[in-house]
Design a binder for this molecule. Structure first.
Ligand SMILES: *Cc1c(COP(=O)(O)O)cnc(C)c1O
Length: 439
């Protein structure tokens, strides 16, 4: 089965970007949609498939964003479309808490099988990443009888009240939206490009802050590779040391794998790269190829600490989303997408490192699998250069390449291509980026 559906797989500029029809729609958006919802590109989509998005003006854009790491197996992947169509004909909703259905149980079984560790596990399903993170914290509190939660510098965990408190960056996520949830504490991260510390040293620094300023929390919550915070890969040894401290102190170790999960980094979950086994693992984004679904999976004794009726939600584990998740997992396994993610890493890192050799504004090239980034700085320093990141992204957008920025300092260009993208499209996009750096 092919991974590609929809438009022809080549970049094509039919108009300037944005084109006239997108501009009309942007004007309607401004009058109809709250301005709090921003857009990376003022371009309206009509079709997408493989590694491209086609807009209302007939432009075909190369997708290096996957709708923020969601359409990892390829947008509207054929197996997903078939599975969701079949479920649509059967039923759209009954509410799992009223009359349950097999799809939910099957997704839970798959998550219990696929997440790190061979211990007895349970899963529970929700709608969004933030909702799942909140529930992981609820479960850890119920299990430990403690309240404090430790999150890290540069963390991103969502936009709801508790997850805003856990998210580090004020603007745009938190400013003006407080007061925030109580009992959330922040520890220093391992950020090799900036702190130059090895993993165990960075872990000791974090553990010292936790022991001295918090004591014994209910949970430590961390992204194994930070997403919005700048695609920061902690130094080797940092995560294992932290997980070991949690185990020794009966603190629940929660991996937020919302962005890193589901084959994105060349492993099914990024925890595997460091050999850690989280007590609870949160997944969302890539789990169901764009249908809203999220999950908490973990140790049966911890998961079952929440009383019956204490977890759930009207839509959580919607049957269409469950059908999509099962087809997404089947696609990853049948199409060898873990290998594909590693091949994308090799191709892109090689080209990005060659760019870096000639350009001292590229301070760091990092990431794993199809979750890669460059951190941009003023030449010869580590001083962030967000203007350059914005300018290169704008140049890429004008040439029909969807690329996102991120990072606490806004100076990181991040690349999250769908694994269904061709090498030709990747190379074309990298040519466009190289030209953007020259201009
Ligand atoms: C996107 C993201 C979230 C929030 O997910 P939503 O579905 O937007 O609520 C949480 N954690 C991480 C690491 C994310 O990347």
């Amino acid at each position: 089965m092919t991974l590609t559906s929809g438009p022809a797989q080549a970049r094509h500029l039919a108009t300037a970007i944005p084109g006239p029809r997108s501009l009309e729609l942007m004007a309607r958006k401004e009058h109809a949609v709250a301005r709090g919802v921003g857009t990376t590109m003022p371009v309206f989509a009509v079709r997408a498939g493989g590694g491209v998005v086609e807009d209302v003006d007939g432009n075909v854009l190369i997708d290096l964003g996957s709708g923020i790491a969601v359409t990892t197996v390829g947008v509207s992947a054929p197996r997903v479309v078939d599975a969701v169509r079949g479920q649509l004909d059967a039923f759209t909703h009954t509410c799992f808490m009223v009359t349950p259905y097999e799809g939910y149980v099957a997704v839970a079984e798959q998550l219990n099988r696929l997440t790190p560790g061979t211990h007895e596990k349970r899963s529970v399903l929700f709608n969004s990443g933030a909702e799942a993170v909140e529930n992981a914290v609820k479960i850890a509190r119920a299990f430990t009888g403690r309240q404090a939660v430790v999150a890290f510098d540069h963390a991103y965990h969502g936009r709801t009240n508790l997850t805003m408190a856990m998210t580090a960056k004020s603007m745009p996520y938190k400013q003006g939206f407080g007061p925030f949830a109580a009992e959330v504490y922040r520890a220093p991260l391992s950020y090799p490009f900036r702190d130059r510390a090895d993993g165990p040293a960075a872990a000791r620094r974090a553990i010292d802050v936790i022991e001295k300023q918090v004591g014994r929390p209910a949970a430590v919550v961390i992204e194994p590779i930070q997403g919005e915070g700048g695609f920061i890969v902690p130094a080797p040894g940092f995560l294992p040391e932290l997980a070991a401290w949690c185990r020794a102190n009966d603190v629940v170790f929660i991996a937020d794998e919302v962005q890193t999960g589901f084959a994105r980094t060349g492993a099914l979950f990024a925890s595997e790269h460091e050999g850690i086994v989280p007590d609870l693992l949160v997944s969302a984004k890539g789990i169901a190829d764009g249908l809203p679904l999220s999950a908490v999976t973990g140790r049966a004794d911890i998961m079952d600490a929440a009383h019956t009726g204490g977890l759930g939600g009207t839509y959580g584990g919607n049957p269409l989303a469950c059908a999509a998740a099962l087809a997404t997992i089947e696609t990853i396994e049948a199409e060898g997408l873990l290998e594909r993610a590693r091949a994308i890493e090799e191709l892109m890192k090689d080209r990005l490192c060659r760019l870096q050799e000639k350009d001292d504004r590229i301070g760091d090239v990092r990431g794993r699998g199809a979750m890669l980034a460059v951190e941009l700085v003023r030449p010869g320093t580590t001083e962030p250069d967000p203007e350059l990141a914005r300018a290169v992204a704008a140049a890429a957008h004008a040439q029909g390449v969807i690329v996102l920025t991120c990072g606490t300092y806004g100076n990181v260009l991040r690349f999250l291509p769908p694994l269904a993208i061709s090498d030709e499209l990747l190379n074309d996009a990298l040519d466009v980026l190289a030209e953007g750096f020259r201009a």
